[in-house]
Design a protein around this ligand. Sequence first.
Ligand code: 1HN
Length: 379
Amino acid sequence: MTTTENENLASYDEAIRGDHMIGQWSFEPLLDASIGGPIPAGVGHVWPWSMTRTRLQEAADILGPAGWGRTNLTFLNPGITAGPPGSTHTLAAGIQIMRAREVNWSHRHTMSALRFVIDGNPESFTVVDGEELAMDTFDLLITPRYSWHDHHNPTDDEVVWLDVLDLGLTLSLKQAIFEPFGDESQPRRTDAAQSQGLRMKTLRPTWERTRESRLPVRYPWAEVREILDAYGTAEGNPYDGLSLRYTNPVTGGSTLPTMDCWIQQLVPGFNGRRHRRTSSSVGFVVSGHGKIEIEDVVFDLHPGDTFAIPNFTWHRLVNDTDESLRIFSVHDIPVLQALGLFYEEPHPIIGAQPAPAVPGIPKSPTHRIDAMLDKDETR
Ligand code: 1HN
């Protein structure tokens, strides 16, 4: 284009801006920048436990009992400077403390939330839609979108947890709704036979429709640890190690419609391969030590550290110690899967492998039983 043509176009752009329009050609820089994949939002970052815990104690001292609020500090991604606040563009991880004898008043919101207890107590609990969920150390408690929740600590010890909300997602979709309950505590279900928890087991009432979403689930650590122990020294896959998804106990699907939770066990010597996903995630070191490499930055990981992996950034985990490294993590994968936008490099990893084959079936031609198998089975 000649200088005159350029000037003509520039003044035309300005003129149509006055009529609240933009030309397709103005998107070219954005389109060019998106060749080969989405542009990551923010940067890889680690919030070390020692700093986090100190800051949380300061907040507890300055604020006094939380009452209707929460003594919560949200982790902000240093590379996200515009749009909703968060640890990634969709997820807000934070650290929260409940003082001895404290109650955090009931409210609900369209943001889904979950709590991974760091320093718990079987007598402290959160109430989700009338269900009491104990907050013991390393338990995972789910607060699905728009469920009433209040937190209770009847003990003499502080309770601390990591919470993760789909804050950036819900805010950017302009779907935030908040409602205070108007009282300290919501009513709790007194009839045990009416409990949702009872209906999340393998036996369910024949005469009822099964509720599949908005379940107030508690995943007790004792059960998770038992399962991790059962896998023993299994290495899992070369990218994520032994990575297990907390499933919806009724459907077997994602933990929440917007967020998947994982527990990972990386055996001593695990040297993860680099990969990237269109999803973003936050992780929390439950136990052990290691390293995470995000793009070209290597961070040390210690128990209690929280880290953020932005969408579509190359990353890998390493355990260069002789003790297992256990990581709890949250991913916005279900949202992208639902929209057909989930993509991984260098190749599909999530759900890509068949389940273990039935042992001992002869491969002779007389056993052509493939038609009897489910699509995800091999013989
Ligand atoms: C919230 O309601 C809780 O209920 C925790 O514990 C953290 C961060 C942003 C907005 C609402 C809670 C939150 C939050």
